[in-house]
Design a protein around this ligand. Structure first.
Ligand code: AMP
Ligand code: MG
Length: 487
């Protein structure tokens, strides 16, 4: 086949469909009444080798609504289980369909999944549908995370369905097309362990290693290496979330990707005032998934992952438990070291010493007491600014700044320090009030504010006016702000 024809067709494979049949149900998306493209991610389409769709509007609207199945697709819903708020339950794709895996021009494999595409055998009492509001929210925040440099599933398009979805009241329905390194979750392993045979668990383990961690395939104990590899990815991911103030909001084990991407954007939000207890999710009444608790939950989830892997780690149960426990017990130290390294970077500290940890702790404590904006404080330090706010009027804070400057921003260090800070401290993040304003306009048919915000969020470390960076958060907004799962 001449290479230039390659870019004019889907390049779909279906490796997941070759797993044992317990892992999925073949399922076609349900057609929708009147699909219309609301947004389409041209850059992502080009990267995936789907750039030809930019010129095929009719086909695109069909593919991304579920009304037309691309050549080579073998649509299926994935089976998985999970611990939701600590309780084990059977789940599965209740409103999502995996069309297949697109092989991009570099040979990389990406799941192409429709979300909101109708009921599946795993829908339980759900309608299998999604609202335009929440699919645009996932599009905006997942793409923003990508541009912040944080591993994430991505959003290729949102199509409105011309149908209404009932969520307490009627809403416009939509289908999101999302891409991912894969949709294999901790919960997929829990499903294999609890509802499959040992061969099924082994098949999933082998498949996952080949797909995501081929470098460990020949290790003496590849399943144990898988546990370590996933742990490292999760540590890096949560450290990155902490860097930008991201609160996932529902870190159930079914929402933790084995590939280490941020996945399942439901009640997520960004923290403004620094407070580790920050929670926005309407159902997280005990703060299980609060900003500062995310590393503890990640470790908890990894212990569940380890539990699911035990039979393939060793036939000797005690040995398996000992090996897995040793890995999981290493989490807190590894996390803390990486978290401090990230915080040193945010402060431009090029040659950190152990005592600099006190500097980080001291700053966070001052920020918390003074309810300072997490993003703005680092920008203020980086740009030597003093925006309005109680923190900047504090003697103690001024003393902290002096110490930080004298120790770490000496003449020859200043430029590389500021360069480092610039790569780690975003100038714009999806502020909660911005997100809500543009989504409200978008569901009313005005997409201009949404596109403008998306444009800003696609260059989070670029040049933005001070007005944007140091904008006041509307008084009381965060106290009232609530986010929701699965809408
Ligand atoms: P999430 O809150 O997105 O992690 O979803 C938890 C579980 O609920 C998953 O099994 C979803 O597939 C399922 N689910 C969420 N919304 C719906 C819906 N509208 N219809 C069917 N299943 C749903
Ligand atoms: Mg989920």
């Amino acid at each position: 086949m001449p290479t230039n024809t390659r870019t004019h067709n889907w390049q779909l494979e279906n490796s997941y469909a070759k797993l044992p049949a317990v892992f999925f149900s073949l399922q076609q998306p349900f057609p929708v009444k009147k699909p219309e493209i609301v947004c389409f991610n041209k850059r992502l389409a080009n990267d995936l080798g789907l750039g030809f769709l930019n010129h095929e509007k009719e086909n695109s609207v069909g593919y991304f609504s579920g009304n037309k199945i691309p050549d080579g697709a073998e649509p299926l819903a994935q089976a998985y289980a999970g611990h939701q708020f600590g309780h084990f339950t059977m789940l599965g794709d209740g409103r999502a369909i995996l069309l297949g895996e697109q092989i991009d021009p570099t040979g990389k494999r990406f799941d192409i999944q429709l979300k909101g595409s109708g009921q599946t055998p795993y829908s339980r009492r759900g309608d299998g549908r999604a609202t335009l509001y929440s699919m645009l929210r996932e599009y905006l925040i997942s793409e923003s995370m990508h541009h912040l440099g944080i591993p994430t599933t991505r959003s290729l398009s949102v199509v409105s369905t011309g149908e209404q979805v009932f969520r307490g009241e009627m809403h416009t329905g939509a289908v999101l097309t999302r891409t991912a390194d894969s949709h294999i979750r901790v919960g997929t392993f829990e499903y294999a362990r609890n509802f499959g045979s040992e061969e099924d668990l082994q098949a999933l383990t082998t498949y996952t290693i080949q797909r995501h961690y081929p470098e460990i395939a020949d290790a003496d104990n590849a399943p144990l290496e898988l546990l370590k590899a996933v742990m490292h990815k999760q540590i890096d991911l949560v450290v990155n979330w902490m860097r930008v103030g991201f609160i996932h909001g529902v870190m159930n084990t079914d929402n933790m990707s084995i590939a280490g991407e941020t996945i399942d954007y439901g009640p997520c939000a960004f923290m403004n005032s620094y407070n580790p207890k920050t929670v926005f999710s309407s159902i997280d009444t005990h703060g299980r998934y609060a900003f500062g608790n995310q590393s503890h939950v990640a470790q908890w989830n990894l212990a569940i992952f380890a539990g699911a892997l035990l039979p393939v780690i060793s036939k000797n149960q005690q040995k398996a438990v000992d090996l897995a426990r040793e890995v999981i017990e290493g989490f807190p130290h590894k996390f803390t070291e990486k978290w401090y390294a990230m915080m040193f970077g945010k402060l431009g500290i090029l040659h950190p010493e152990d005592k600099d940890k006190d500097l980080v702790d001291g700053l966070l404590s001052l920020m918390e007491t003074n309810k300072a904006d997490y993003t703005q404080v680092f920008l203020a330090l980086q740009h030597d600014k003093e925006p309005d706010g109680p923190l900047f009027r504090q003697e103690e804070f001024r003393a902290w700044v002096e110490k930080w400057k004298n120790t770490h921003l000496g003449d020859e260090r200043k430029t590389p320090s500021l360069t480092l800070m610039n790569t780690l401290n975003p100038k714009v993040i999806p502020r909660n009030h911005w997100v809500e304003n543009v989504l409200e306009a978008a569901v009313e048919g005005n997409l201009t504010p949404f596109s403008q915000l998306m444009g800003m969020l696609s260059k989070p470390y670029g040049t933005h006016t001070d007005e944007l960076q140091f904008q006041q958060i509307p008084e009381g907004f965060d106290a009232r702000y609530q986010t929701f799962c699965g809408t």
